[in-house]
Design a protein around this ligand. Structure first.
Ligand SMILES: [Zn+2]
Length: 208
């Protein structure tokens, strides 16, 4: 936030909880990893036309890199800028790992993990209350802020311990009116949240 900006809202997203908010064009949103080593799964819709939404593949192709950091422009399925990352104290955010789900927990870990709290259910829970009738069909490949999913030389993915510490943050400016959908990841089966999910802060600001 610059010296001439004012805070519009500040919300604590509790550990493991979902969150949904409309952010107006020109506003900035900052996600603060308050305790460190948290994974924040996020997906974005054009708030005025939710059929247009974040496109991981267009974002990756346009910036020629699979990680997001300062300067990254998150593109929509219409190839239009949705948000630009303006500040990033971590340096690398995941575009490939996707959201944890009861199905993936079952396949990756054990059948009795099927009923554990997960990001996909969080996304659905948050969407239920939204007026545009969004459903599970509307959720695409998401961003994982603060999550460490390095790509190996052979092109493999691995879920590693996080590289984000307490108070680290990422800030974006909205390039259109954006609906921000977040799951503060409750995952307990891999190190993406340090086996100890913690709260994050979502702060919206705008220039005076
Ligand atoms: Zn998750």
């Amino acid at each position: 936030m610059s010296a001439s900006s004012r805070t519009v809202s500040s919300t604590t997203i509790r550990a493991g909880h979902p969150f949904l908010m409309r952010v107006e064009k020109g506003q900035r949103c900052r996600i603060v990893d308050t305790k460190g080593n948290e994974a924040v799964d996020a997906f974005f819709f054009n708030a005025d036309d939710p059929l247009e939404r974040y496109s991981a593949v267009d974002t990756i192709r346009a910036q020629k890199n699979v990680y997001l950091t300062k300067g990254s422009v998150l593109l929509s399925t219409e190839n239009r800028p949705m948000l630009t990352i303006t500040e990033d104290t971590v340096g690398r955010h995941d575009t490939l790992g996707g959201a944890c789900a009861s199905e993936s927990n079952t396949v990756r870990y054990a059948h009795d993990r099927k009923f554990m709290h997960n990001c996909r259910d969080n996304f659905l829970h948050a969407l239920i209350g939204w007026s545009d009738g969004l459903t599970k069909r509307d959720i695409g490949s998401n961003v994982n802020f603060f999550m460490n999913v390095p790509v190996t030389q052979a092109g493999g993915l691995s879920f590693e311990d996080g590289i984000s510490g307490p108070g680290e943050f990422v800030e974006m400016v909205a390039e259109m009116n954006v609906l921000v959908l977040i799951s503060n990841c409750p995952q307990l089966n891999n190190p993406c949240s340090g086996f100890d999910p913690t709260p994050v802060e979502f702060i919206v600001s705008e220039d005076d």
